[in-house]
Design a protein around this ligand. Structure first.
Ligand SMILES: Nc1ncnc2c1ncn2[C@@H]1O[C@H](COP(=O)(O)OP(=O)(O)O)[C@@H](O)[C@H]1O
Ligand SMILES: [Mg+2]
Length: 283
């Protein structure tokens, strides 16, 4: 079987994102992903393949363009650390941070922090009557960062670890910043596929009056479309005014919540481009 040369692909992607030291950086990048695959625990939501590599490289590119003065090694290290750490479970994070510091010795790049937004998160916590705990606030900030670069995010964690509280706090934080944030939550497993997505009724035809407007079409080919929950929600969100965040929240199982950012829902579902954030801050 033909195995893709990940290092070469990574180097080309880095060049495309504007990195000059692409060859040397791609070596470090691929080494980290290889070691993560071998040394970290096996979790269903871990992905150390090409898709995950691509998404972090795109983030690295945008960080580079946002901070042109910073050396490229620091930019890449920051992207690799800050956009992987949210999905890494608590027992793996010391190993992951150890690998990063081995690959980038003596490099201490602080997290990029937005003080204004952190204040908004704290006030969101207070509005929801929650404790503005440091680790909880960090998860809310990480969820915001992921939603900025991903169209959809899985929030994963055991029951009662604060998954719902995390996205609800983020929603409040947006509101306290004056953004018109909207969400619709549903449990997709509670309804059938037809009720969820909508269906063309095979036995119903259009009424005669409506058929008249379509006289150039054959009557038998025209079927009635019945909206599903999803199509209804999407239409409502699409008709909404303003540019505030619009989410569809799918509560799938007790330990998974998915936040999908509008308006790219259909593409997201087709391409299954999901990203995970692990919530286990209370353990
Ligand atoms: N930061 C926090 N401070 C205080 N209580 C919290 C905090 N986050 C979550 N909780 C509480 O923990 C419980 C479980 O949270 P929830 O978000 O419903 O978990 P999950 O959705 O993961 O099952 C709720 O009663 C919630 O009020
Ligand atoms: Mg919940």
């Amino acid at each position: 079987m033909c195995v893709p040369d990940l290092r070469l692909i990574c180097e080309i992607m880095l060049v495309a994102e504007g990195f000059m030291e692409a060859r040397q950086l791609s070596r470090k990048f691929i080494t980290l992903y290889k070691l993560c695959k071998e040394l970290l625990s096996k979790q269903d939501h871990y992905d150390w393949g090409l898709r995950a590599i691509k998404s972090v490289l795109v983030v690295a590119g945008s960080l580079k363009r946002g901070d042109k003065e910073r050396p490229e090694e620091q930019v890449l290290m920051r992207a690799m650390r800050d956009f992987n750490l949210p999905k890494i479970v608590a027992e793996d994070s010391p190993v992951f941070l150890g690998l990063i510091s081995d690959l980038f010795p003596n490099l201490d790049v602080p997290r990029r922090r937005d003080q204004e937004f952190e204040k908004a998160v704290k006030s969101g916590c207070c509005d929801n009557k929650l404790q503005p705990d440091e680790s909880f606030n960090l998860k809310v900030v990480q969820l915001d960062e992921l939603l900025k670069v991903r169209h959809s995010v899985f929030i994963i964690g055991a029951a009662g670890t604060g998954k719902s509280s995390t996205w609800k706090t983020l929603h409040k934080a947006y509101q306290s910043q004056g953004k018109k944030a909207t969400f619709t939550d549903l449990n997709p497993k509670a309804v059938s596929n037809d009720e969820l997505y909508g269906i063309i009724n095979p036995s119903t035809r259009v009424k005669d009056s409506e058929f008249y407007a379509w006289k150039y079409r054959k009557r038998s080919t025209f079927k009635e479309w019945k909206d599903g929950l999803f199509s209804n929600i999407m239409r409502d969100l699409a008709n909404m005014q303003g540019d505030g965040p619009r989410w569809i929240v799918l509560v799938i199982l007790l330990f998974v919540t998915v936040v999908i950012v509008f308006p790219v829902v259909s593409q997201v579902i087709l391409s299954h481009v999901f990203y995970s954030i692990w919530i286990g801050w209370r353990h």
